[in-house]
Design a protein around this ligand. Structure first.
Ligand code: 8OZ
Length: 367
């Protein structure tokens, strides 16, 4: 029988009902103190028919924040807030991992304790802006993390993993993608260090591998996934040899028994009409050897074709899950899909968040 999106799959110690994953999606709707609340619980519960939900990126330490109203996973109040979310998802029969995040240099002094400089591998500002209380502002110039501070970064992720499990999450996904701190160390554009964490690919991978190992030690490999984006240039990120770097990384990860590897297959900033780069994601999957989750511009047909070809094991959908809480049912019935409204992606209230319609036209119940 050919594998399709509705075939269950074993991931770590869980059996997912289907291979349709809700991708992590920043929505900037946490409450005061960056604490998740009832509206967030409703949003996730509405989407619980996904085989797995990966939560929006959640800062593991206060200095890991770079945008307004993103949830954290470092305070007791945040853990209690997340408990409402995990309870609601579990009551609806779903599974949910929390995405552990540190933005590094993709931040602004406004989000930093005492308006200090954001932290990064090297003191090089990323080109770009972030939305602050005064509107869009240039990203702040970071300071380079000292060698003696790196154990604290690892410990932040480890505590985040522990807090996530305490909040009822089924596992965690380490955010190693999209130009944030761990990718800043990985790729050579942002990492100019000349100590044991910069220079050769092995050294640039070191912080990420230490973070992954710390999360495994804390919650078990079967509850740890990892997201990577070899070719993504978002957030002023780039590497001179992404294929060499990421196949070496996938090999280094292969014996660890991770729940899955989640890969953004391409550059989120690439124009639609640019031909694919030729990056061999099949080789990355083979080097890793465990469950492989693909993401970026997949639709149902492309996902089914990739699954049938054995090129992927799971597919994560982002924008489609924003506007179709019942995406699994719609795929099953080949029903029309609602288009997402990008104006309500970030911030605001229930509009464009929990009020997208179900297939039968009944509006999802409001909070
Ligand atoms: C969009 C806006 C803000 C953050 C990512 C966490 O790209 C994000 C993000 C996306 O991984």
């Amino acid at each position: 029988m050919t594998t399709n999106l509705f075939a269950p799959i074993r991931i770590g110690s869980y059996t997912l009902r289907n291979r349709i994953v809700m991708a992590p999606l920043t929505r900037s709707r946490a409450g005061a103190g960056n604490v998740p609340h009832a509206l967030n619980a409703l949003y996730y519960a509405q989407r619980a028919s996904a085989g797995l939900i990966v939560s929006e990126a959640s800062q593991v330490v206060p200095e890991g924040q770079g945008y307004v109203s993103t949830p954290g996973v470092h305070s007791d109040e945040q853990v209690a807030g997340w408990r409402q979310v995990t309870d609601a998802v579990h009551a609806a029969g779903g599974l949910i991992f929390l995405q552990l995040w540190h933005v590094g240099r993709i931040s602004h002094v406004e989000f930093q304790p005492d308006r200090g400089a954001p932290v990064a591998p090297s003191a090089i500002a990323a080109k770009g802006q972030t939305y602050t209380s005064s509107g869009f502002e240039d990203l702040s110039t970071p300071r380079a993390l000292g060698l003696d501070e790196l154990p604290g970064v690892v410990a932040g992720f480890r505590t985040g993993a522990r807090n996530a499990i305490a909040a009822g999450f089924d596992g965690v996904e380490v955010h190693g993608a999209n130009g944030y701190l761990l990718e800043q160390f990985l790729k050579d554009r942002a990492n100019r260090r000349d100590d044991g964490y910069g220079g050769s690919p092995d050294r640039r991978m070191r912080l990420l591998l230490e973070v992954v190992d710390a999360c495994i030690a804390e919650v078990g490999a079967e509850r740890v996934g990892l997201r990577l984006s070899p070719e993504n240039t978002a957030n002023d990120s780039a590497d001179s040899d992404p294929f060499g770097l990421y196949t070496a990384l996938a090999k280094a990860l292969s014996g660890k028994g991770l729940a899955y590897l989640h890969v953004i297959e391409g550059d989120m900033l690439a124009k639609k009409d640019v031909p694919p780069s030729g990056f061999d994601y099949g080789a990355l999957k083979a080097a890793f050897g465990g469950p492989y989750m693909a993401n970026l511009n997949y639709d149902q047909a492309k996902a089914e074709a990739a699954l049938a070809a054995g090129r992927v094991d799971l597919v994560a959908f982002g924008k489609l899950f924003i506007s179709n809480p019942d995406l699994v049912t719609r795929f099953l019935l080949k029903a029309p899909l609602t288009k997402p409204d990008s104006k309500t992606f970030y911030g605001g209230d229930r509009h464009g968040y929990t009020d997208y319609p179900l297939l039968d036209g009944l509006e999802a119940r409001s909070a």
